[in-house]
Design a protein around this ligand. Structure first.
Ligand SMILES: [Zn+2]
Length: 456
């Protein structure tokens, strides 16, 4: 019996198990004793661990933060990391998001692809591998996370409480083929105080919703005398609107939203607002601040004028998204999300970027970093996963680099591998999420072969 056949023998059981878990709405909830991410997430974890025990594996519950099951012997361990928490269902479903209905060759429900389907598939892949009796020299651990969608505190808890670090492994929470590079991500908040002089007084400025979203709207409210307001509002620029308001005027800008990892696909409304404000007869410290922001950031998405336009052939250029701005008559504050290419590090961009802002009178209020992830294409992990992918799908494909961050970054030595195949419709985090039964089975087979390849 080969691994593909062993997985097929488990197909009905695997589908039933997935359906049971899909009916548990494991969205993060109020923490309770033993349930740090809420009762439903804990219920989902308990269900999956019970299923693993029924399959004959030793299991461990990491205080409700996550759980794992394991098979095999040996000093070294390889891991498959999935997660059981889901994002809220949201509106627009044409089926019950927690009904786990099957129709049209598809299983429908929140979590079917992200990431309950692949997680349950990993349990049955492990069982299939055991049933074939193929010899392995490393232990194989299926890690079941509970907090991927809202901060990955689960894995932090696991690692800080003695959780074993795998020698290598993968998370089926991305896409095929292998993602072997993920840019480093820096989120930084700067602010600056100012005194204002002259006829125009900025009283409010606002734009954007989050650092990792390209803002599509921003505005700035000014106070001034009637005549000045009337004069300025005659100005016109495309995608910029000047309008009168009591005691002054508003400058409003419009752009195009996009994900913060691909700012080039959007048009930054805050940057556009800055370019417009830079033409106003402002004076003093506010004028300095606006001029700095307009000329060093503006609508650029590669950090060129800020002096950090790093680039490599593996993952492309640094991307920069100016996500939000807020401010009033005395102070403004901005949040920037930028992502550096995988062959560079924090030290290659952040110190220079921070110094540039410091020189312009800005204070760094906060900074958070997620280091890049990069495992070369000729490594054992990447070549093994690519071999399995090619054999199982008949597709060539090559490892890829992305600007986003996956669950793989949370534990050393992991890469994202599956579950989405090239050309698949992507329904994660959207209404009517589904996984086709064919894809569920194919994923289980690929996971089984990948487990074997890494552990043999
Ligand atoms: Zn996920």
């Amino acid at each position: 019996m080969n691994l593909n056949e062993a997985v097929l023998l488990k197909q009905e059981q695997m589908i039933a198990c997935l359906q049971e878990n899909l009916r548990i709405p494991s969205v993060e909830g109020t923490p309770e004793d033993g349930a740090p991410y809420g009762a439903e997430v804990r219920r989902s974890l308990d269900h999956a661990l019970a299923a693993a025990r029924k399959l004959g594996f030793r299991t461990f519950n990491v205080d409700g933060h996550m759980g794992w099951c394991e098979y095999g012997e040996g000093d070294e361990m390889v891991a498959v990391l999935g997660h059981l928490d889901v994002v809220p269902a949201g509106d627009g479903w044409t089926v019950d998001p927690y009904g786990a209905e099957i129709s049209d060759g598809k299983i429908w429900g929140r979590g079917t692809t992200d990431d309950k389907g692949p997680s349950i598939a990993a349990l049955y892949a492990l069982a299939a591998l055991r049933d074939t009796g193929l010899p392995i020299r490393r232990r194989i651990r299926v890690l079941l996370g509970c907090n991927e969608e809202t901060g990955s505190a689960d894995v932090k808890y696991y690692l800080s409480h003695g959780g074993e670090v795998p020698v290598m492994g993968f998370t089926p929470d991305g896409e095929y083929p292998v993602i072997n590079g993920e840019k480093g991500i820096i989120n930084v908040t700067f602010s600056r105080n100012y005194h204002q002089e002259g006829p125009l007084k900025l009283v409010a400025i606002k734009g954007g919703s989050a650092p990792n979203v390209v803002p599509s709207h921003a505005y700035a409210d000014f106070e001034c005398d009637e005549e000045t307001a009337a004069q300025i509002c005659k100005l016109y620029a495309s995608c910029i609107k000047f309008s009168r308001r009591p005691g002054g005027f508003r400058v409003e800008s419009f752009g195009l939203s996009a994900h913060g990892s691909t700012p080039g696909l959007g048009e930054n409304a805050i940057g556009r607002l800055m370019l417009a404000l830079d033409n106003l007869p402002l004076s003093g410290e506010l004028a300095d601040a606006i001029h700095f922001l307009a000329t060093k950031l503006g609508m650029e998405t590669d950090g060129a004028s800020a002096g950090i336009a790093l680039h490599d052939d593996i993952s492309g250029g640094l991307t920069l998204n100016w996500g939000t701005i807020t401010g009033d008559a005395e102070k403004l504050s901005l949040k920037i999300n930028y992502r550096y290419p995988v062959t560079f590090s924090y030290g290659d961009c952040a110190p220079a970027f921070n110094a540039l802002f410091a020189e312009a009178g800005f204070v760094k209020d906060a900074e958070g970093c997620k280091d890049k992830l990069y495992i070369p294409a000729d490594s054992e992990l990447v070549s093994s996963l690519m071999k399995v992918y090619r054999e199982q799908t008949g597709l060539e494909g090559s490892p890829k680099s992305i600007g986003g961050g996956t669950y793989a970054k949370s534990i050393p030595n992991l890469l994202a591998f599956g579950p989405i195949f090239p050309g698949d419709e992507i329904r994660e985090h959207k209404p009517d999420e589904y996984i086709t039964i064919d894809n569920l089975v194919k994923n289980a087979q690929i996971i089984a072969y990948a487990m074997y390849e890494l552990a043999k």
